[in-house]
Design a binder for this molecule. Structure first.
Ligand code: PLP
Length: 456
């Protein structure tokens, strides 16, 4: 056991060193149109920005992409919805990602522009006829997801009865361990799946497959194996041969209070699940990670407009990059910077829990946190909110005239990393306090006080 642990640690350390070398060797050249600062503090020193600034770490995306390509034993489709920024698409393409999961014509246009020649899979199970026709005719998209007979018919009609389609039937699987459930809206019920699988099999001369989504930020690697067993039963009941098994997204990142198991455990679970499935030797394995490839790679630099007790009013909020902080109540990690010019510094010291309000007039623009900041945080300070690369900038709106964050690149490490670029945990001061209390409770005071307690 200890040997396995040591071997695992050594392997992870080796990978982390290689990853860092990749990052710092400048394998991904600076993106010319995005200004680069060494660190967010340098940005504060040089610019004292008045508007929120999205901080992009292209090297971090490149490392995550290489990790997936090296270790996932199948094809990796990046789920564009997680972060459709041009710098992300370009970086992934440069790092060798050649396949993208798209959900709309604007996403297809983005990929065509920034990753020309890449393979695209239109994985939204409900599409307009116009979008299907345009994707097939103008962009050469051949892979389409569906979860109803009606959608299958729509795809066949909108492509003029094309016979070169890869048709992927999205299944609704029972999965546990996701922090963000995606069940309910999409996926054919497993009882109804066999007839749809059969219809899809008959509808194409080319490939046909199954997909599912275990839910986003999945904290349980075995959820994949369990979902694959359900998919396998549906395939057997339908009596069809499938060419593709697509395990979807759901691969996690690190947030305060949410430290997932190693990414290797997820890939091991998928390999075990795949080996147990009733599929032929040449069946392809696909995945569609969104969050895991980009979450670490971006943070947002915001400015404090006002403090009222434990409420901090920022210039970005739930209508900007902080949707998940407001609506899913995730307490993202934070850093504080203060001052101007060369005198600006990162501030530390005793921490206190704060909540945030965004800049709009809507009272829903509230992020409860807790966000742990130095207790003297005040107007004019800058708060960097980390781990916002997934479903952060993608959710930005212009409501109330806010939300036009600019993007700059930075070269520092993310606040936490699944890929060896930083620590694997973000501990909350509350957890540390609880642990200190545990230590006090467990250890008996020495001398007379200890004896007295033992008698009681
Ligand atoms: C079809 C599909 N694939 C992949 C993803 C990406 O999921 P995640 O970001 O959890 O990896 C999503 C997210 O909604 C999705 O709907």
């Amino acid at each position: 056991m200890a040997w396995r642990l040591r071997r695992g640690l050594a392997r992870r350390r080796k990978w982390a060193l290689a990853a860092q070398a990749w990052l710092w060797r400048g394998h991904i050249k600076r993106l010319r149109e995005v200004h680069t600062y060494h660190t967010p503090l340098d940005l504060v020193r040089e610019r004292s920005p008045e508007r929120p600034v999205a901080l992009a770490r292209p090297g971090v995306v490149a490392v995550a992409a290489r990790w997936f390509q090296d270790k996932f034993q199948g094809d990796v489709f990046y789920a564009v919805k997680a972060n459709p920024s041009p710098w992300v698409i370009k970086t992934l393409a440069k790092a060798g990602v050649t396949a993208f999961d798209v959900a709309s014509i604007p996403e297809i246009e983005l990929v065509a522009k920034y990753a020309p020649g890449a393979r695209m899979a239109f994985m939204h199970p409900v599409k307009s006829r116009k979008a299907i026709a345009e994707a097939y005719r103008d962009y050469g998209v051949k892979t389409f997801a569906l979860d109803t007979h009606e959608e299958l018919q729509k795809i066949l009609e909108a492509t003029g009865g094309a016979q070169d389609l890869t048709l992927i039937v999205r299944l609704a699987v029972q999965a546990e361990g996701a922090s963000y459930s995606l069940s309910g809206k999409f996926g054919v019920d497993l009882h109804e799946a066999p007839s749809l699988l059969l219809a899809a099999r008959r509808a194409t001369q080319d490939r046909m497959g199954v997909s599912f989504h275990v839910g986003s930020q999945c904290m349980r690697p075995t959820a994949y194996q369990a979902a694959m067993a359900q998919a396998s039963r549906a395939i057997v009941r339908a009596g069809v041969v499938v060419d593709v098994v697509d395990v979807g997204g759901g691969f996690p990142s690190i947030y305060p209070g949410m430290i997932p198991p190693d990414m290797d455990d997820y890939f091991d679970s998928i390999q075990r699940g795949f080996a147990e499935m009733m599929v032929t030797e040449d069946c392809e394995l696909w995945c569609e990670p969104g969050r895991a490839l980009v979450a670490e790679a971006s943070s947002i630099l915001t400015k404090v407009e006002l403090r009222k007790g434990d409420a901090i009013y920022l210039n970005d909020g739930s209508y900007g990059s902080l949707f998940d902080a407001a609506h899913v109540k995730w307490p993202f990690p934070v850093k504080l910077y203060r001052g101007e010019g060369r005198g600006a510094q990162e501030v530390d010291g005793a921490l206190k829990p704060f909540r945030f309000y965004g800049p709009t007039c809507d009272s829903l623009d509230h992020m409860p946190g807790p966000f742990w900041l130095p207790e003297d945080v005040r107007e004019g300070d800058y708060v960097e909110i980390g781990m916002l690369g997934a479903y952060g900038v993608a959710m930005n709106t212009r409501f109330n005239g806010f939300g036009d964050a600019e993007t700059v690149a930075v070269e520092d490490a993310p606040m936490a990393s699944m890929f060896g670029l930083a620590g694997r945990s973000i501990r909350l001061p509350r957890e540390e306090q609880a642990e200190e209390r545990k230590v006090v409770r467990l250890s008996r005071p020495k001398g007379a006080a200890g004896k007295k307690r033992r008698k009681r």
